[in-house]
Design a binder for this molecule. Structure first.
Ligand SMILES: O=C(O)CCC(=O)C(=O)O
Ligand SMILES: [Fe+2]
Length: 315
């Protein structure tokens, strides 16, 4: 990708310690700087990606009344359907021009934790939607675990430091549909400027124009991935945990020019969260006299709740 550094996960997975360290340095430096990379060599194969887009299109093409049956009150939009215009960026009153669906964790061997998460929502009209969502969730989670291992090494932690925090974590897979624009949107945009809440985000679907990332000079730069790339960025939880050493960079999705108003955008971020009990306290090895501790201690669960209220998803 232009503008955003490209890295290749196969370097990290190789048996060659020099290649592995190269990946660690590249992603670590990119995250200290722009907070975004484009990543090749992930675990999603073309067939799964093709099936997923087909299922996602099928879902958003269902009649609104059908989709609304999958909009569950009282869970802050954490599972199932969230209808058009419901979510707004922190500090913004206009809703974003998008509708989306959330797949949550498939908890294994931990019924106590499982009971703390809202149940996944099964879409009855589409035979494959639920299964393809689950497979994609698990492949993106696997990719994310390796990215976090590289970041742990970069931060001077044990390679497996994040593993137990993200195992059965509160991650969500969010297929988003930005529908064609039919009337002048005034202030509203497809996704207003924001930082992501979670540890890292793995984004499918940034191949078309739309996603922009704010650089140090405050300029918006286009982030357009190649066909085989995921865009992976640091979220606010990881930025906070690393005492701002790794940057959670503000990004947005702009409206297309008027001649392309009649086109939809589909993108599919995977927001990688830890379990709610993970302390996000600034890491000791990210604090020194030049970098004093910048944030109060907080758990991931408390932080998430705070942010869902700010996004208008919990009243
Ligand atoms: O649609 C996109 O490309 C990005 C969406 C995004 O930034 C988000 O949902 O947090
Ligand atoms: Fe985002």
């Amino acid at each position: 990708m232009q503008n955003i550094p490209s890295v290749d996960l196969r370097d990290f997975l190789s048996d060659d310690p020099v290649r592995k360290q190269k990946f660690v340095n590249e992603i670590g430096k990119a995250y200290e700087d722009i907070g975004f990379v484009a990543l090749k060599g992930h675990f999603l194969d073309d067939q799964l990606v093709g099936n997923l887009y087909e299922e996602v299109r099928n879902f958003f093409n269902l009649p609104l009344a059908t989709k609304e049956q999958y909009e569950i009150p009282g869970i802050g939009g954490q599972r199932g359907y969230v209808s058009f215009g419901k979510e707004s960026a922190k500090g913004k009153s206009e809703g974003d021009l998008k509708e989306f669906f959330h797949f949550g964790q498939y908890v294994e061997n931990d019924p106590v934790l499982e009971a703390t998460y809202p149940a996944n929502v099964t879409v009855n009209e589409l035979a494959n939607f639920n299964q393809v969502g689950k497979q994609t969730y698990q492949m993106l989670e696997k990719t994310g675990v390796y990215v976090l291992r590289a970041l742990a090494l970069y931060l001077g932690l044990d390679e497996y430091y994040f593993d137990n925090f993200v195992k059965n974590g509160n991650s969500i897979l969010r297929p988003i549909h930005y529908p064609p624009i039919t009337t002048e949107p005034k202030e509203a945009v497809r996704a207003a400027a924001h930082g992501d809440i979670n540890l890292i985000t793995l984004l499918m679907g940034a191949q078309g124009k739309g996603l922009q990332v704010q650089n140090h000079k405050g300029e918006w730069i286009d982030a357009i991935a190649e066909d085989d790339e995921l865009v992976i960025n640091v979220g606010d939880m990881l930025s906070r945990h690393s005492n701002n050493r790794l940057k959670s960079t503000i990004h947005q999705v702009v409206n297309p020019p008027r001649e392309l108003w009649n086109t939809s955008r589909y993108s599919i971020p995977f927001f990688m969260h830890p379990v709610g009990t993970m302390p996000l306290n600034c890491l000791n090895n990210c604090i020194d006299k030049d970098n004093p501790k910048q944030y109060e201690d907080i758990t991931a669960g408390e932080f998430l709740h705070e942010r869902l209220v700010e996004l208008g998803l919990i009243k």
